[in-house]
Design a protein around this ligand. Structure first.
Ligand code: ZN
Length: 47
């Protein structure tokens, strides 16, 4: 799943889930699709 929108606001109901105020995006608020394969400098990672 690419994101987790609320599914009831005007943006979600019009098919624009990416604009939802409650959306949780993969790779931003949630681990990304390839998170287990990602390499990043430790200074850019949250623990
Ligand atoms: Zn929504």
């Amino acid at each position: 799943m690419c994101c987790s929108p609320c599914n009831h606001c005007s943006y979600c109901l019009s098919g624009r889930e990416n604009l939802c105020a409650e959306v949780r995006l993969t790779g931003y608020q949630m681990d990304g699709d390839f998170a287990e394969y990602t390499v990043a400098d430790q200074w850019f990672c949250l623990l």
